[in-house]
Design a protein around this ligand. Sequence first.
Ligand code: ZN
Length: 300
Amino acid sequence: MWNCPKCQEEGSIAEGGLLGTEWSCVSCGHAVPVQDGIPCFAPELIDTMTGFDPKLFDTLVKFETTSFWFVMRARLLTTLLDQYFPSPRDFLEIGCGTGSVLRALQQRFPQMRLTGSELHPHGLAYARGRLGDQVTLLQMDARDIPATGKFDVIGAFDVIEHIPEDVAVLREIHSALRPGGGVMIAVPQHPALWSPADDAAFHQRRYERGELERKLEEVGFTILHTTSFNSLLLPLMILSRQKMLWNQRRGTKSDPLSEFKMPDWLNRALMMILGVEVQLTRAGVKWPVGGSRIVLAQRE
Ligand SMILES: [Zn+2]
């Protein structure tokens, strides 16, 4: 059950879609607009440029199944979920994009009920094709999650750095979780690594050491695990970002997806290195530095 965006009644909207039923509020009768089969809880924000260029999805979807970065990030996330939150029933991914992480979760945990949300329904059309009808997809604003005490685990992977009000999002995640539920967040870290890639991706920030943990604790979470990710490849990432800065100074515009375009052999080599890192993380290694930070925390 979902909260009504109109009368704010909690749990007043049953999931529609099956047998032509509507997503409508039993309390006030409000019908959530449905676009291409996707219920839209924040329709006024569709196709606005709030944090991400929806046109990027078309290119992104091609890289997600093959690129070392997406493949190994999904492997790490499924591994950590398995370690820290065994057998959750209800999982929500915020900012699921084209559904590549949900697809990995669906394959690894077939018994889990999956929900994916996005601000841009354009990405959700890809997700629907990838995931089938078993996964609930909805359009919503992460700063106003229409659910209370509903989920066992909520994930947001490279999402909240796009949102100015990141603490508001964490607070909403907290209230959308059942007591004892867990959250998994991945963000880019180290402000010193800021480059044209962050501008092109509409990032609001790269996180400082301890910043995400502090913000999670501020809204009532207890930290279970925190580690860097993309640590072994950090020297390469620094070189690549330096090159972007040089290009920018020379007036050449950077391609935000340039770091995914590479020969096959190189992609395979980087995949192997990140694969080793994922294995070591699974074995308990906590990496002090790295391109990303992943934090798992629990609602009391
Ligand atoms: Zn209502």
